[in-house]
Design a protein around this ligand. Structure first.
Ligand code: PXP
Length: 246
């Protein structure tokens, strides 16, 4: 049976290594091409407001190379302008951003951001960009995704990945499963991401229905340093093969 669950590889960490020396290598574009050659369905890159890893030129090059680019971005006028005029990715994922954070820490508070979402989501969609909201699997957040016209939610799997006990893990899986069911019932596509690795993906896929795409970064790039990008992507895809699909 062909694999139904899509893999988007987040290549921000390739840019993190490059920016450590403000050098030209390693190249996120070259890494993205290796991911695609190994079977990844898409590439995710987060153009942060502080430009700490991915640069404007990276997302433009990724998009121009014809890779299926999912641009992670904050809900700001600047990012909406860059996405709609310079990058035109296939999709964007709206995320919260704090300058001090190591990585995106929580989901977007779509309830608190609803006015901005109502303003910007139609602009992004009008430019032909599919919109996803990176949110916790809470019904109120999912309702806002519906209200603003986002086609997808990306359910934040960080609490599951960071759970310290079996009880906590089971509770988080239950929240994710209920969130996926609710989003699906509203006609919203369900993606998931953050903290997914080679060890925790199995339980996630066994528990959560209706998944369309996983966005995975750190674990794949970490393995890529040891085994190469192609092998790291292939290892993850092998774990996604048996997902029954929506
Ligand atoms: N999805 C979103 C919205 C993210 O912000 C991130 C982290 O940049 C990821 C997925 C990937 O998370 P990780 O690097 O932990 O796999």
């Amino acid at each position: 049976m062909p694999r139904t669950l899509k893999l988007g590889v987040n290549i921000d960490h390739v840019a993190t290594v490059r920016q450590a020396r403000l050098a030209s290598q390693p190249s996120p574009l070259e890494a993205a091409k290796l991911c695609a050659a190994a079977g990844a369905d898409g590439i995710t890159a987060h153009l942060r407001e502080d430009r700490r890893h991915i640069q404007d030129s990276d997302v433009i090059a990724l998009s121009q190379a014809g890779l299926r680019l999912n641009m992670e971005m904050a809900l700001t006028e600047e990012m909406v302008r860059i996405a709609t005029t310079l990058v035109r990715p296939k999709s964007c994922c709206l995320v919260p951003e704090k300058r001090q954070e190591l990585t995106t820490e929580g989901g977007l508070d779509a309830v608190a951001s609803l006015d901005k979402l109502m303003q910007y989501v139609p602009v992004l969609r009008g430019a032909g960009i599919a919109v996803s909201l990176f949110i916790a699997p809470d019904p109120a957040q999912i309702d806002c995704a519906k209200q603003c016209g986002a086609e997808f939610v990306e359910l934040h799997t960080g609490s599951y990945a960071n759970a310290v006990s079996a009880t906590e893990r089971t509770a988080e899986l239950d929240r994710l499963a209920k969130g996926a069911e609710y989003a699906h019932s509203l006609g919203i596509g369900v993606n998931a991401g953050h903290g997914i690795d080679y060890d925790n993906i199995g339980q996630l896929l066994a528990a959560v229905p209706y998944l369309h795409e996983l966005n995975i970064g750190h674990s794949i790039i970490a393995r890529a340093i040891m085994k190469g990008v192609g092998a790291a992507v292939e290892d993850m895809l092998a774990l996604m093969n048996d997902y029954p699909g929506a």
